[in-house]
Design a protein around this ligand. Sequence first.
Ligand code: ADP
Ligand code: MG
Length: 583
Amino acid sequence: MPKIQILPEELINQIAAGEVVERPASVAKELVENSLDAGATGIEIEIRDGGRKLIRVVDNGCGMNREDVQLAFSRHATSKISSLADLHQIYSLGFRGEALPSIASVSRVELVTKTADEAAGTVLKIEAGQISLIKDSPANTGTSISVSDLFYSTPARRKFLKSQVTETRHIIGLVTNFALAFPEVSYRLTSESREIFHLKQSENLKAKIAELFGSEVVSKLIEFRQAESILQIYGFLGKPELSKSSRSDIRFFVNQRSINSRTLLHALTSAYGEMLTKGRFPLAILFLKIPPQLVDVNVHPQKLEVRFQDERGVHDLLFRTVKKALDREFQSAVKKSVKSPVTYQSPGLSGSAVREEGPQYRTGLPVQPLLLKEIFSTPQKDSSPVKKELSGPALERANFYQLFNTYILTQTDDELMIVDQHAAHERVLYEEIWQSISFEKKISTQRLLFPETVQLDPREYDFLESNQPLLERVGFEVRSLSGRTVIVSAVPAITRQGSAKLFKEVLEQFIGLEEDGQDKTSAIASALACRAAVKSGDSLSGPEMQALLQSLLSLKTPQVCPHGRPTLIRIPISELERRFGRS
Ligand code: ADP
Ligand code: MG
């Protein structure tokens, strides 16, 4: 006895069914495809128990004669191709000739069919893959096929089916796709005798989408069409607000076949790019028409995938097409907002260049005035001009805005100025302290209400002893108590909240800078300025900001802080104009 044997026909069909018939929706898919291939203009789909109990598809297509009906359930029997050449240019949805025998091997099938030129139709029953009844039957032209008790003979497969709701949802999604791909056909879908939808024949895709997804969705779609010589792409793109965290609203059709494609998905999501945040997917209904020779549809048993001869080329064309459509849409939105009669209000920027010329965006997304309001957390109306002789570059009609409690924003005649509040204040204080020390002016002190004791380490104590006069000149009053404990009774008035802690911090920084080789005057001025200056995070009032900028701009070299960091950045109007595409 040989070990190898040819499997019985029924088992072969059941094995094929494992690939072709995954769930009720895959049965419905094969049946509706057959109806469309038969030239039907009306298709009714009836399901019970999510398609597990019953899937019935009734069409008004060409029907089958007695001879063909019997062949239809044989393996590899098809009327759609007859040669390898045909396989290379498929115009039908079916071509493998394995759907009907596969389905019949895992369910009970009853079929009634009649061609236009026959007087009587045929009724046929198949159970466990075998024809159990075949006889004449009155019938309309077309085919009605009922698939009952799916997987009754293969309980293991039946267990994998999801809930009725889930299977029903899959079938609704399936018929929706057919309705979009073949809008010239009418569809009626019922579940448990309840009508889910009844879509009339209409090539008006927008109306069809409105019927399927609601008019709300239609108002947020961008319609586009691109005809490159051999490849046509058209369809609808959802505006970003329609995005979802799943891909369920992305539908690709290649030559009217609904397919999944990583290539197309990548092109689509890349074209949306940063319009969508990570993990969000757009709504998109995309149709590609390509000569059948340039696409292989025979790569998946359920025909859910295709392979393009030039994957890269298709990818790039789709990417460019979608991107262009999105860009066009959002640029026209910008134009609309410019024409809009609503006056543009720039909060706080009275008399500025922005207000005078009004918004004239040429590219990119419209700028929302609201955004400016949010950025300018503390707009100040105070606009008293800064005296020219004091301020260097004129701060005419200046207003001051504090950003992130860290930067001060203002304008001069012809530039935007952004100031780092801490670096600027540090620079101003450094100059003041250095001048006072150099010209032996006393810096005003501030007595502490409660003198505080501070514990110093040996190095600090040693440093204090040799530099006490300098520290007193800048405003500290410090006395030795016992050992290395000192008592601090006054601090420089420039420190806004004087405390003994500040003394220790200044002393530490002073030591560090002196050890780095700075002369004592610069070192103490730097240390004190750094500790006394406003910090990033401190909220400043309008007058405070104005005073700070006046002081800063009156310095000879206001641009850098004592550590060499910039205190301010100037952006000329010409630069802004260049970047906004105005010049
Ligand atoms: P395929 O669709 O790949 O040819 P199927 O097993 O789905 O294979 O169908 C086998 C054949 O049965 C088809 O080629 C077609 O000739 C015929 N057929 C199936 N369904 C219908 C139908 N609804 N109307 C007319 N002919 C049909
Ligand atoms: Mg078929």
